[in-house]
Design a protein around this ligand. Structure first.
Ligand SMILES: Cc1cc2nc3c(=O)[nH]c(=O)nc-3n(C[C@H](O)[C@H](O)[C@H](O)COP(=O)(O)OP(=O)(O)OC[C@H]3O[C@@H](n4cnc5c(N)ncnc54)[C@H](O)[C@@H]3O)c2cc1C
Length: 393
């Protein structure tokens, strides 16, 4: 089949790779004139790692990743610390695959190289899609430069502002969720020695939280600080100042301020969401990743879900003749899981930012209950154990 993918993000490229490996003629249309994935780190849990490894990417990923020994919860003001879960060998033993942190640019680069190794000209740049038509037999993709491309199917992997989604499911818009994210990288050598530990940390506090972990074998440190405040610009390149970032975390632990003081350049990012869809496909078109189910990053699963989508979509296309039948099976496999994940991330936001975390005594009781081993397992096991390479389609 000739499959036209719109968007060369993590989701679009994973789908492209899986479909190329199955022998399809795949083209990826990307609006950006250059493939320069920006941003900072991304956490890939066992469910995502399993897919990337199954696509043959393990050696390249291992060369670029950082594998933490575990994750911790820390309290915003006192720094009190609780174990969230063990990772490393424990993740492999429990879930069959590792949990790792990687710079988005590195993961993106690995996917681009793998796609191009199978088809050198698969990724078409400076190719903004403005719409498509589906006559029941073929699809025609429209590009902003006037080009029309015919294919058998369209996959919208065009992110939270998806044009394909608007055509397929109506003109709803991505809405501001009430949270904005500060993001930045710190050279590890600039951190105080006691912070150079191989663990990922979720700092929780009233009205905000911080996630930090190492990247590139421990050479750089990733900071994501999310606060409930107004900021509507969603862009990887919108710069902020260290002073403004520090002001948003006034009263937080000195470790947080040690990070912020050493960030090379802080960036600001509005977190947007869209109402969940009852289905992702119509006719010969479908959606994957943030185009289908944008989610708050509180469970660190947006990219993982996009990766799972890509492989499950390819498996459905391999298993069924007829695009519409394949897409119906893709919807059946993916709509419920991703909606549950979006709801789970919304719930996690309430937990991470809970007013009960304001004073230390109340916070201790709250953390002991909400992040007990049993509750943590219940919250994460269904996510990490999912096997997109085998799940029934
Ligand atoms: C602060 C923060 C932290 C996060 N942390 C994690 C994490 O730890 N783990 C995790 O799994 N996820 C995380 N995520 C989520 C993750 O980044 C996204 O879910 C993921 O990148 C979505 O991938 P995608 O391919 O669906 O979309 P995108 O990465 O948005 O890619 C869409 C692509 O489509 C292109 N495009 C858009 N419109 C058009 C058009 N009309 N024509 C052609 N091309 C077009 C864009 O240029 C872009 O290249 C985080 C997100 C945020 C904001």
């Amino acid at each position: 089949m000739r499959i036209l993918i719109v968007g060369a993000g993590i989701g679009g490229l994973t789908a492209a790779l899986a479909l190329l490996r199955d022998g399809h003629a795949v083209e990826v249309y990307e609006q950006a004139p250059q493939l320069a994935e920006l941003g900072a780190g991304v956490q890939i849990s066992a469910n995502g790692a399993r897919v990337l490894f199954c696509l043959g990417l393990e050696p390249m990923i291992r060369a670029a990743w950082c594998e933490p020994a575990g994750k911790e919860i820390r309290l915003w003001n006192t720094g009190e610390t609780w174990k969230l879960f063990d990772l490393g060998a424990e993740s492999v033993a429990r879930y069959g695959a590792p949990y790792f942190m990687i710079h988005r640019a590195d993961l993106h680069g690995v996917l681009i190289d793998a796609v191009r190794a199978l088809k050198a000209d698969a990724i078409r740049l400076d190719a903004r899609c403005t719409g498509f038509e589906d006559d029941g037999e073929r699809v025609t993709l429209h590009l902003a430069n006037g080009t029309r491309i015919e294919g058998d199917a369209v996959v919208g992997a065009d992110g939270v502002h998806s044009r394909i989604r608007n055509i397929l499911a109506g003109e709803d818009r991505a809405e501001f969720t009430g949270c904005m994210a500060w993001r930045g990288l710190v050279p590890a050598a600039k951190l105080p020695a006691h912070m150079r530990r191989p663990v990922g940390v979720n700092w929780v506090g009233p009205g905000g939280h911080v996630v930090n972990y190492f990247l590139r074998g421990g050479a750089i440190f990733n900071f994501v600080g999310i606060v409930e405040r107004d900021w509507r610009i969603e862009s990887w390149t919108e710069k902020g100042s260290r002073e403004d970032c520090a002001a948003d975390f006034a009263g937080w632990h000195e470790d947080i301020h040690a990070i912020i003081r050493n960030i090379d350049q802080p960036y600001k990012w509005a977190l947007l969401g869209r109402a969940p869809l009852p289905r992702f496909s119509r006719g010969r078109a479908t959606l994957i990743g943030d185009a289908a189910h944008p989610t708050l990053p509180m469970l660190a699963q947006g990219a993982n879900m996009a990766i799972e989508d890509g492989l499950v979509l390819a498996r459905c296309i391999a298993a069924y003749s007829g695009v519409e039948t394949a897409f119906a099976h893709y919807d059946a496999a993916r709509v419920e899981r991703t909606a549950k994940l979006v709801r789970g991330a919304n719930e996690a936001a309430k937990r991470f930012h809970n007013p009960a975390l304001a004073d230390a005594a109340g916070a201790r009781a709250y953390v002991d209950t909400e992040w007990s081993e049993a509750r943590t397992k219940q919250r994460y096991d269904w996510i990490f154990t999912y096997d997109a390479t085998r799940v029934a389609v």
